[in-house]
Structure formats: structure tokens, C-alpha cells
Design a protein around this ligand. Sequence first.
Ligand code: PLP
Length: 376
Amino acid sequence: MIHYLDNAATSRVLPEAAEAAVRVMCEDFGNPSSLHKMGIDAARILEDSRAAVAQALSAQPAEVYFTSGGTESINTALFGAARKNRHAGRHIVTTAIEHAATRNACRRLEGEGFAVTYVRPDADGHILAEEMENAMREDTILVSCMLVNNEVGTVLPVAEIGRALKRKNPSALFHVDAVQGLFRLPITPKKWNCDLLSVSGHKIGAPKGIGALYMKRDTRLAPYIVGGGQERGFRSGTEPMPLLAAFAAACRVRAARMDEDVAHVQRLKDYLAEQVGRRLPFAQWNGRGDVPHVVNLSLPGCKSEVMLRVLESRDVFVSAGSACSKGKESAVLRAMGLDKKRIDSALRVSFAPFNTLEDVDALIAGLEAGARMLRR
Ligand code: PLP
């Protein structure tokens, strides 16, 4: 039996999402741009799907654009916003704990002449709204930050950040990377004064390769991808119908059981904390995760890569830092000021609603066995 505890990297597709994809691939397979009945049916599925995703984002359907995932949404938002507002200023504020999609988009913008301030976290992995506000300048045209950190599970104060930005600089745009927050926390861009917001399907039980960008009504960015004018001219290319139908199906399922899912995952996290406290008392928690589905801990003396192999041999799957970092030292843990030994032994455990207490038991047994071997 597999114990998959790496759901912040990606997760299992929900049966309802898989069924929706198969139906659209094998039965309702028309192109929404076609004028015949098959096309009209496909266009209806497209708009029903958009409405389901919009509801998950507390948005109007007209404010939602399908993309290939979190990375494309973030790139579209950041490059689009920077280019749109470059006449007004060349300063961007973000944080030092962003996903590589944001970090590397900002690096590229620096190469294009923009100045970027990377606000650092405290030792717990928290970003203070006050520090974000202090970083905002008269020539700030864009602020981008995540809602939930993917490595340590901290929640960023997006409502305060949005409020401060609009008070200081009303024409600047605010982008939120909500990829790890969807169906863990309510997503309310309007309450956060947020103009642009990115989400991804594969973190919530939809397949990989589908995401969405929320763009507040009247926020017009230049399209990033041009072609046949799909997605109201904003993102050309024949719509990925199976993927977006699956994304919508996953949104419907997750919305209906969000409270139960969050409570269940909280129980798993509490159980993990209790078991680690009793059986691995030398463990150190990295960051004070605010959400239950992402936790990060170091076992001094146990290199993460080696521990991953020990766990893998027992069919337990977690990650060392972020999956995107592929063995590179975690920029997030480094920004939090953790020492190298602690970073080198860091493990990220991330839960999905399908996980069970038995998965946690298997993890703890594997960690105990690994620690016995490696800490000798
Ligand atoms: N932002 C965060 C916080 C993430 O965790 C991820 C995925 O790991 C992304 C963005 C990128 O999303 P995608 O894999 O859909 O491109």
C-alpha cells in the first residue's frame, strides 16, 4: 500500500475529475469554436466549467481565464502587469519565499530594467504586512506574493498587503499566488484588493496542465499568448477541454466538502505532531505552519535525500523542501535563516483529504527506522 504524503507537489486526481475528462475526450469532444451542435455543446461545457472555477474564487465567470497551470498564470500576471504599468514606474515588491515561477519571473523582469524588492520572512517563515508596506515606493507598480507558502505552510497577510498597496499607490496592481491556498482557505480576491490571482488544478485533485488566472474586471493586460483569440482574446489556443472540465469537477467536489476536508487534514497534522513529539523528540519543526496540509521538519543527522530513499523503500513518499527545487538547497528555509545542517535534513510532509492516520503511522515508523540507521 502506498503512503503518498507529497500532495503540495501534486496530488491524486479525483474520480469525478477523471470521469469528467474522459467524458469530454470520448463523447463531448467538440471544439467550442465550432458553429455546429458539437461545438455549441462544448462551448456550454467551457462556460459551465468557468462558472465552477469562478465560484471557487468568489469571482465572476468573466474574470476567469483558463491557463496551463500556476506557472503560466503567474508569468502572465507578472509580465503583463509590469509591461502594462512600466510608464508609471519600474519597481516591484515580492517576497523571498515565493515559488520559482514568481522568483524567476521577477529575475527576468530585473534583466528588463525593473527593480525588485524581495521582503524576507521571519524565522518562522512569516512575512509581515508592515514590512511589505515599508517596501512599497511611489514608483511601485506591482506587488506579488503567495497566499500559502508551499514549503512551510505559512499564510501571508494578503488582505493587509492589498489594503496598504491601494492606500499608498492605487494604480499599482496586486497579484496573489493562491496555488496552495485553494480549498484550504476561502479565496476572496475582492476583499483582498487583489487584481490578479493564480491557481492550479493539480493541487486540488484535477490533472496537471490546467490552471486559471483571475483578472479583476477592467484590469486589462496584454495577452501573453496570441493566436486564434480564444479566452476572449487573452489566451489563444484551442481550449484544453478535458482538463478544464476535470478542473471544474474537482472544484465542485472540493467546494462541497471543504470544511470536512480541512478538519480531517488538521486531525492528521495534530496526530503527526503528537507522534513526532513522542517518538522523534530530536525533530525540529521548520516554520510555524498556519495551514494543516503542509508541515516541514528536520531530523538532525539525517540527510533528507537519504531519508527520502529509506521512506521510499517503505512506500512512503514525502519531499525534501519543494519538489521544484530538485535537490537544490531550499531558498525558503535559507531566507528563514536556518543553518545548513537543518536545511539539509528538512522534509516536507503535505496532506490531501484522502490521507489517513495509517499514512502517518507508516511515515513515523519509516522516520524512526531511518533515524536509527543514520544517527548512529
Ligand atoms: N505556486 C505555488 C505556491 C506552488 O506550490 C506551485 C506548484 O508547486 C506553483 C505556483 C506552480 O504551479 P504549476 O505546477 O501548476 O505550474
